[in-house]
Design a protein around this ligand. Sequence first.
Ligand code: AMP
Length: 133
Amino acid sequence: MATIFTRIVEGEIPSYKIAESEDFYAFLDINPLAKGHTLVIPKREVDYILDVEDNLYKEFFLFAKKVGRAIESVIPCKRIGLIVFGLDVPHAHIHLIPINKASDMSFESPKLALEKEEFEEIALAIRNAFEKL
Ligand code: AMP
């Protein structure tokens, strides 16, 4: 059965899209730790990130880097933190999280409850920034 993220890529499940290429897709995390918290995934389903083939792995991180640049140009923060867990959704994904201190990346912290309009506004701003890079 397809993962929830494959269903997002295929447009079966809605997402707040940030960017897309032939091989990758980026969208806002629905339970964000910070405004702009984004997930980057390979379109082709691979569960464990270390199983991503070498060529694609490099491209994956380059794509995530560009998405990170777009996020930091829109969301005030010291850094974009990158983190990979993959314990919940069996489809490799990199979390990109705007942070000011290490604890901003703690998944033990409460998530932000954002309205649909806020998600849309953030996604649009980052998407526009990405397209200008
Ligand atoms: P993990 O696999 O532990 O890295 O966590 C999966 C992440 O995917 C969590 O941060 C969830 O909030 C996020 N997530 C799960 N379903 C969706 C969805 N439909 N749209 C956006 N983000 C999601």
